[in-house]
Ligand binder design. Sequence first.
Ligand SMILES: [Zn+2]
Ligand SMILES: [Zn+2]
Length: 340
Amino acid sequence: MATATHQERTPLVSVTPRGLYCEAGNFHIDPWRPVERALVTHAHGDHARSGSQRYLGAAPGRGLLQRRLGADAVIDTLEYGEALRVGDTTVSFHPAGHVLGSAQIRVEHRGEVWVISGDYKRTPDPTCAPFEVVRCHTFITEATFGLPIYRWDDPRLVAQDILRWWDANREAGRSAVLFCYALGKAQRLLAELGRLTDRPAYVHGAVNGLVTAYREAGIAMLPTQLVSETEKGMSFAGALVLAPPSAAGSTWMRRFGEAETGFASGWMRVRGNRRRRGHDRGFVLSDHADWPDLLRTVADTRAEKVLVTHGYTDPLSRYLRERGVDASPLATPFEGEAED
Ligand SMILES: [Zn+2]
Ligand SMILES: [Zn+2]
């Protein structure tokens, strides 16, 4: 897409001490400090922070946003693709394929279009709308897994692997405790496994409320039972348990008796990460774009300029520059996600 002279003007979106800011619309995007008006890409804690006066997000994520930001937070929503005039700009939210309700934010001002990706992925996920390519002049992309070593397998094969691991532990009379990010990954695992079996799974309290929110949004998943609501002294032999990484090594684990532990994350692509965490198994399943999909997405947007934030900003922008793309890192406090 060709534009005349926007290079010389102030950028439509820039980094300020409170977060990404659009002056023409007088709003922030995923601000890290309280602001008047925050547009939020999704409900993960490093993107949706409480304290702002008003929020605007994508409608399918409303329940998750309210849960994250608090019952008193003022949250307006737009359907995916629905346009709203904000100040001198027109904004809309488009599916990012990352977690339920996650969105890329499109901002248009006098014919110039920017898209802020938030977190995104291109692999299929039964718990959220698939990523939509949005053409733009400037694309702000995340780069959580912006290194060539990160490439994902078909998530359905990963789910089959997890089921085989669960079965093997069942036969051995052990429980299988699978650690995963409580918002998004846990529900995606339950949805993928729900296509393969109807055996119930047990969940940690930190996972349970979010599973409820997904069920309320109509997402089909395995039946679940809250670990803390089981009878005292019940045997978990043969059970699959989903828990957040913070529960690993805690006294909460004792009730499971003989157990194998696994971890489902994009970080499991690097074997050393699993060893450092001390788990028996690592399953490579990410809610972010892998290296080929980051490159594909940048190309698909046909952006003239690419700004890279959130993760491996330098390697990705350098690679793009070497291939003739006008790309540079955009320094923000998003250090990239330890959690995925
Ligand atoms: Zn996220
Ligand atoms: Zn993020």
